[in-house]
Ligand binder design. Sequence first.
Ligand SMILES: C[S@@+](CC[C@H](N)C(=O)[O-])C[C@H]1O[C@@H](n2cnc3c(N)ncnc32)[C@H](O)[C@@H]1O
Length: 202
Amino acid sequence: VPGARFYDWIYRIGAPWDTGPRGELVALIQDGTLDPKTHPKALDIGCGAGANTIHMAKAGFQTTGVDFSTKALKIAKRRAEAEGVDVTFVQADLTTPAPLAKDSHFDVLVDYGTLDDLKPEGRRRLAQHVKTWSRPGALLLFWCFYGRYEDLPRISLIGPSKLGPGLEPEEPQALFGDAFEIRRLDTPGHRGRWACFLMTRR
Ligand SMILES: C[S@@+](CC[C@H](N)C(=O)[O-])C[C@H]1O[C@@H](n2cnc3c(N)ncnc32)[C@H](O)[C@@H]1O
């Protein structure tokens, strides 16, 4: 469970995952599944250097990005300015009791690789926040490291490992199943060790 200072350091040297807006997000906006006309308010959970946040803003969503890394947010703000898009960035620890203003609500919530970084208690807390931040019909695009702990390698630079495990196969359902209909997307995966879900708030 890396802390904010570890992330500051990674973003300073260049985060390996910071490669532009992610494929599933781009595709779902392109095919109209995620549509700012019906789902105007978007939240990027653990937005990092802002590639997905800025992509959503450019597509017409009123977008908020939240992250606890000062360096990541600095890069994200600079990029948003350079692109001329209006994005709200919030610095907060997502595992705290109230990372966002009370009564915050979003229609599209995106998490690429943030909840899966957290310890079980942090995961439960963030999942709970996601439920309070979403109303019926809201969509959650959730991408995570994935796999059974016993099957993971000891160390991996691009996927989950015993050192940095992802979600257990039953965990998305356990965390979100009481409030969301869950559909697993057919994404190109790293030996099945990445997974992406599109969830609809009941
Ligand atoms: C693997 S990165 C992914 C970043 C971004 N979603 C992307 O796809 O480029 C995980 C991000 O979550 C942020 N993060 C991790 N734990 C957090 C926490 N407890 N509160 C807020 N942000 C957190 C990190 O700073 C980092 O930017």
